[in-house]
Design a protein around this ligand. Sequence first.
Ligand code: NOJ
Length: 745
Amino acid sequence: MFNPVFKRSVILFIALVSFIVCTAQIKTIDQRVDSVLKLMTLEEKAGQMNQYNGPWAATGPLTNDNNLLSQIKDGKVGSMLNVTGVARTKELQQLAMQSRLKIPLLFGQDVIHGYRTIFPIPLGEAASWDIPAMEQSARIAATEAAAVGVHWTFAPMVDIARDPRWGRVMEGAGEDPYLGSLIATARVKGFQGKGFGNTDGLMACAKHFAAYGAAVGGRDYNSVDMSLRQLHEVYLPPFKAAAEAGAATFMNSFNDLNGIPATGNKYLQRDILKGEWKFKGFVVSDWGSVGEMINHGFSKDNYEAAMQAVNAGSDMDMESRSYIKHLAALVKEGKVKMNVIDDAVRRILKKKFEMGLFDDPYKYSNEEREKAQWNNAEHIKVARDISRKSIVLLKNEKQLLPLSKQTKKIALIGPFAKAKADNNGFWSYDWPDDTARISSLWEGVQRKLSAASEIVYAKGCNINDSSTAGFTEAVAVAKEADIVIISVGEARDMSGEAKSRSNIHLPGVQEKLIKAVMNAGKPVVVLISAGRPLIFNWTADNAPAILYTWWLGTEAGNAIADVLFGDYNPSGKLPMTFPRTEGQIPIYYNHYNTGRPAKNDSDLHYVSAFTDLPNSPKFPFGYGLSYTKFDYSNIRLSKAQFKPGEKIEAMVTVHNNGNYDGEEVVQLYIRDITGSVVRPVKELKGFQKITLKKGETKEVRFTISVNDLRFYNDKLQYIYEPGQFKLFIGGSSNDVKEVNFQLTK
Ligand code: NOJ
């Protein structure tokens, strides 16, 4: 319609105007930040760097303080955590509006896997390998929390974890840096939505910086000692991804890293995060972690701790009260430079401006929006969908699953069969009305069956005690039924912060219950709800069908029932390796080969192996079955050699060779055969979640460039090296087809 030159000029003009408007906007915020900063006393600056827990809830050790609220009026508090609901956020914001400069408070909260609508725990969601779905669940969590006045979530947790004894594995994306980075990006985008200042988004916080997941022995808060190469290669990538995705904030961690507590660690916070990665947001400490540097033996007292933390780049002090007590004196005594304080305050004020709080401090606290979040049908629908995508089918002998909806009598047995709150898992808040609307397994199964079917129930035992008193009833109930479903697992507080366990077998007498019930001779389906990979070898070897259901949240029962009765064909794949015993831990698929690798599980002759158990895990990373069967064939490359600057394509044919339509996560791994530093036996470098109808065949293609071959050398340079590589494609890290290629100079 228009002539192309005119059209191009219009586009250019619009681009120029938007650029000018954007630049003006950035300038305005920076100028506004500076104009506020100029008015501030040193004490008020320290106030902005101080965060207190709200007086109503706590997620860490409490400090008794009755003058907390009056400190807000005095401009001594910049942020609060655990302040929940429109009424409370407004109440405290009103106090801040009585302070001399009326700088609004930022409200932060652990919105980890949902707020009112609870989604699967992050590790469970990671098993879906469905990146857009994870972004959407974070989006909904943010919408719900932002409506009640929360501005900032302490999520995503992007710590890589190779040790299931560590209770916080439930909160992350598992063991793999590549998958972890994609998920970190999705969650940051989901939480932050269309950008700061929209009332349906939160500021994200990538935590815990850094290497918290590598605590020695899996014991929470423990020390971490690792090579910088491993830090960069395995533990930092998801953080870098979060920074690149625009995460507003970072939280440092409780652990020391190679002898320096993360909170006082300049290398992490100044050199890497704010230096190399050019991170422009602010860093908050973890709860009390500034003061805890005294216990670490790194700081003499709180005065020194405040000095070390702020100089190292920790901008805000969560609940240590070290900054508010000592920063002003530290500056006056020349121990901390004024520009260090100004930089921290600028970063914090900038976020408050970007969130629009200087224009309207009550912007996010809205009764109407708050009401709309309760029992929001759309959110619940999304929760059900991602919950069923998170379930992993570990075993399905003789196609026992899916069950027929015409089954006459089903026995539901086990402490999770009627459980409600335990489905939510750790890091979910107890809202008075919300527990009732969690769908239990019992309810989910009932909704699938017609009046012609009957469900019988016996609890059998509790989650974690030694009583077998309920076994007789459970066995009797099993005997009457055509199919038995046993639902067991961990109680909601058995994995999470400060929930490390040295024994990660199915707790209590639950596995004994499974044995007793299986003796009744009926077909048995076992469901395991937990926050971490558990050990259940007898069940794994003897039960015909097993579904790993994590803690799925509000829609747990409905989602499990969808899978049990075939309304959804399971597609989840494990984001963490499941060990055979605790003695194998740490266990992860991307390990080095060693100089004496075992050829197989029975090879014990002076090789790197245990003499009393195989090297292989019980269930490997990337593993998960479907009701249908996917055959992989014809793996091939567009060429067998390529040069830097070029690309090659890897292709595989996947055929749905079973009786159901289904989804499959096609995984691509690479091994660098020889390097200037040793390389893992396999590293995930790509995956695609595809849908194949029954009988359908698809060709799946991946493009490889030198960027997929990079690694950190001994000088910490991120390089690639010419040489031989193996490329693997398959449906699990241990079930792949392979082909070789070469990178030439
Ligand atoms: C301590 C936890 O380590 C951290 O993840 C959490 O955000 C804070 N407490 C606040 O609850």
